[in-house]
Ligand binder design. Structure first.
Ligand SMILES: Cc1cc2nc3c(=O)[nH]c(=O)nc-3n(C[C@H](O)[C@H](O)[C@H](O)COP(=O)(O)OP(=O)(O)OC[C@H]3O[C@@H](n4cnc5c(N)ncnc54)[C@H](O)[C@@H]3O)c2cc1C
Ligand SMILES: *[C@@H]1O[C@H](CO)[C@@H](O)[C@H](O)[C@H]1NC(C)=O
Length: 511
C-alpha cells in the first residue's frame, strides 16, 4: 500500500497539514512547519474567534488582566516561552536580568505579606512561614517515590497528611495554636490544588508527582499582556493559514477521502467542522485541551481512538483553577503588600467540609495577589480551585461579589469595609473549548500515560503514517500544565512531521 495516501503520494512539498487549535501549542507547531520548505500547505482551524487559547489577556480596570496564564514559570535560557518573549521584545529590564534568571524557587510560591483569618485577626507571619516550610519540605520529599514500584499511599494528599500527623507529635503549643497551624496548612493544600488544577491533593498521584520539572528564574509576567506573545506568533504566519470560528466536530481518519478542491487526490484524513465544512489532510496535529477530549472523544474521532488511548484520556487528571478579580476604590492593604492569604480557623487538612457548596464554596479561595496599582483603582486577584471553583462559575457576578465582600469584612474584622466596586472572573470549566484549566497526573494514571496520549496514530505500520498527532499542554511529560510545556509539545509534533518528510526525501532521491 502507498504509505503517503495519495495517488502517487503527495509530491514532497504537498503534504497537507491541518493543526487543530490556535493556543500556544498549535501556533508553535504551525510556526515551525511554515519555516520548513516541505510544508507550504498548512491550515490551522481554531474553534473560537481568537488565538491564544488559555493565554488570554483582557483590558480591564484601566489596565490589562490575565484571564488564563499569568506567569512565565522559570524564565531562564532553557525556557522556550522566555526565549520567544525575548525575541519579540516583550519583557522588561528586570525580567531579562541575569540575576532574575538565576533565582531558584523550585516552583514554590512566595510567602504572603499578610495572612488574615476568619476570626478577623492577622495570623502571625512566623507561624505561616513555619507551616510553609513544613508543607514544601514534605512536598519536595514526594520526589523520593519517583522510581519506586509501589508508593506507601496512592496520592500526594494522603502522603502529606500522613507526614503532617507524624510532625504533630512534636507540636508543643496550646490547642488553639495547633488548630491554627492546621488551618494555615489547609490553605497551603488549597493553594497546591490551584497549582495542580485539581479539586483535592488526594486525587493527585504520588508516584509521578516528582516528574514535573521546574526551571530556574523568578516567575515573571508580561506587562502588556501574555497574549502579546501568541499575537506575535499568529502574525508571523502567512495570511490565510488560520481560520477562526471553525470548531472541528469529527476527525475522520484511516480512510481515503477525496475533496473537490483536490481532484484526483486522496487523503487519509478528513476534518468535519460543526457547520459541516470539510477539510482534507494528510496529517492533523490535534492540540485540543484534555478537558475537551474527555468530553468529546467519542464524537471527535471516527474510527474511535484505540482503546489504550481512550483509557488514558479518561484516567488522566484535568481540573479547574479560576481567578476572581476584585476592583477597589481604596486599598485596605498596605502599599508594599503583595499577597494576602485567607485562613479559615475551622479548616484542617484532615476534615472536609460537608455543607452544601453554596454555603462554603468561598472557603476554598486561597487569598489574593495584589496586582500592580492602576490609576485610581486597586485590584486583587483571588485564586480558587476544584469543585468549589466550578460551582462559583454557575453564580452571578452579584452573588460572587456579595459573598466575597462578606468574606473580606469578616477576615479584616471590619464590618464596614467598603466592598469591591466590581468583579471579573475566569470560567474555565464552562468554556466549551477548554472544559477546565490544565492537566495533572491523577491517581490511577502515571507519567507513561502522558506519553501514550502523545503517541501519533495509527499505532501500527499498515496504513499511512502520522495521520493524527497529539500536542498540547497535557502531552508534555515533565512540563504539563504550563505554556512552555505546551509550546515544546507543538514543536515536538512539527519536528515529527519534518522527520517523516526528510526520510521521504532521502528515499525519493536515493540514487
Ligand atoms: C487560570 C489559568 C492560569 C494559568 N496560569 C499559568 C501560568 O501562570 N503559567 C503557565 O505557564 N501556564 C499557566 N496556565 C496553563 C497554560 O495556560 C496552558 O498550559 C497553555 O496555555 C495551554 O496551551 P495549549 O495550546 O496546549 O492549549 P490551549 O491554549 O487551550 O489551546 C487549545 C486551542 O484549541 C481550541 N479548540 C478546542 N477544541 C477545538 C475544536 N474542536 N476545534 C478547533 N479548535 C478547538 C481552543 O479554542 C484553543 O484555542 C494557566 C491556565 C489557566 C487556565
Ligand atoms: C485502518 O485501516 C486498516 C486497513 O483498512 C485496517 O486494517 C485497520 O484496522 C484500521 N485501523 C483502525 C484503527 O480503524
Amino acid at each position: 500500500m502507498d504509505k503517503s495516501g495519495g495517488k502517487d503520494g503527495p509530491s514532497l512539498s504537498n503534504h497537507l497539514v491541518v493543526v487543530v487549535g490556535g493556543g500556544i501549542a498549535g501556533l508553535g507547531a504551525a510556526q515551525r512547519l511554515c519555516r520548513h520548505p516541505g510544508f507550504r500547505n498548512l491550515r490551522l482551524l481554531e474553534a473560537t474567534d481568537r488565538c491564544g487559547g488559555r493565554i488570554r489577556s483582557q483590558p480591564a480596570f484601566g489596565g490589562v488582566i490575565e484571564i488564563g496564564a499569568h506567569w512565565i514559570h522559570g524564565p531562564s535560557k532553557n525556557n522556550p516561552v522566555f526565549q520567544l518573549a525575548l525575541e519579540y521584545g516583550l519583557l522588561g529590564e528586570k525580567e531579562m536580568s541575569e540575576e532574575n534568571q538565576l533565582i531558584e524557587v523550585g516552583g514554590h510560591p512566595g510567602l504572603p505579606s499578610l495572612s488574615l483569618s476568619s476570626s478577623g485577626k492577622s495570623v502571625n507571619l512566623k507561624l505561616v512561614e513555619d507551616m510553609s516550610n513544613l508543607f514544601y519540605t514534605l512536598l519536595d520529599q514526594t520526589r523520593e517515590f519517583l522510581h519506586v514500584a509501589e508508593t506507601p499511599v496512592p496520592s500526594v494528599g494522603e502522603y502529606l497528611k500522613k507526614e503532617i500527623s507524624r510532625h504533630m507529635f512534636d507540636w508543643t503549643e496550646d490547642e488553639a495554636t495547633k488548630q491554627l497551624k492546621l488551618s494555615v496548612l489547609k490553605t497551603f493544600f488549597n493553594l497546591e490544588c490551584c497549582v495542580s488544577g485539581s479539586h483535592s491533593m488526594d486525587l493527585v498521584a504520588l508516584g509521578s508527582f516528582g516528574e514535573y520539572a521546574t526551571l530556574p528564574g523568578l516567575d515573571c509576567t508580561f506587562s502588556e499582556g501574555y497574549d502579546g506573545l501568541t499575537n506575535c506568533m499568529m502574525t508571523s504566519l502567512p495570511k490565510n493559514v488560520i481560520l477562526f470560528n471553525k470548531p472541528v466536530k469529527t476527525i475522520h481518519w484511516n480512510n481515503s477521502y477525496k475533496h473537490e478542491n483536490f481532484p484526483g487526490e486522496t487523503f487519509p484524513v478528513l476534518l468535519e467542522c460543526e457547520e459541516g465544512e470539510k477539510f482534507p489532510a494528510h496529517h492533523v496535529i490535534v492540540t485540543i485541551p484534555l478537558g475537551v477530549l474527555k468530553e468529546q472523544m467519542e464524537i471527535l474521532f471516527n474510527p474511535p481512538l484505540p482503546s489504550r488511548k481512550a483509557e488514558v484520556i479518561n484516567s488522566m487528571g484535568f481540573g479547574t483553577n479560576n481567578k476572581i478579580f476584585l476592583e477597589f476604590e481604596e486599598p485596605f492593604w498596605e502599599v508594599d503588600c503583595q499577597q494576602i492569604q485567607v485562613v479559615w480557623e475551622d479548616a484542617s487538612p484532615f476534615v472536609d467540609f460537608e455543607d452544601e457548596l453554596k454555603d462554603i464554596w468561598f472557603k476554598k479561595l486561597i487569598g489574593f495577589l495584589v496586582l500592580p496599582p492602576l490609576e485610581s483603582t486597586y485590584v486583587l486577584c483571588g485564586f480558587i480551585a476544584g469543585l468549589e471553583s466550578e460551582f462559583m462559575e454557575t453564580l452571578s457576578d452579584e452573588e460572587v461579589l456579595s459573598s466575597l465582600t462578606q468574606v473580606l469584612r469578616r477576615v479584616t474584622g471590619n464590618p464596614q469595609l467598603p466592598g469591591p466596586r466590581s468583579v471579573l472572573r475566569s470560567r474555565w470549566h464552562s468554556a466549551p473549548y477548554t472544559r477546565g484549566s490544565y492537566s495533572y497526573v491523577a491517581v490511577g494514571s502515571s507519567g507513561e500515560d502522558i506519553d501514550t496520549l502523545a503517541q501519533p496514530l495509527p499505532t501500527d505500520s499498515s496504513s499511512p503514517q502520522l495521520q493524527i498527532l497529539f500536542a498540547g499542554e497535557a502531552t508534555h511529560r515533565t512540563y504539563y500544565s504550563t505554556t512552555h510545556g505546551a509550546l515544546l509539545s507543538g514543536w515536538r509534533e512539527a519536528d515529527r512531521l519534518i522527520s517523516l518528510y526528510d526520510l521521504e526525501c532521502q528515499q525519493k532521491f536515493k540514487p
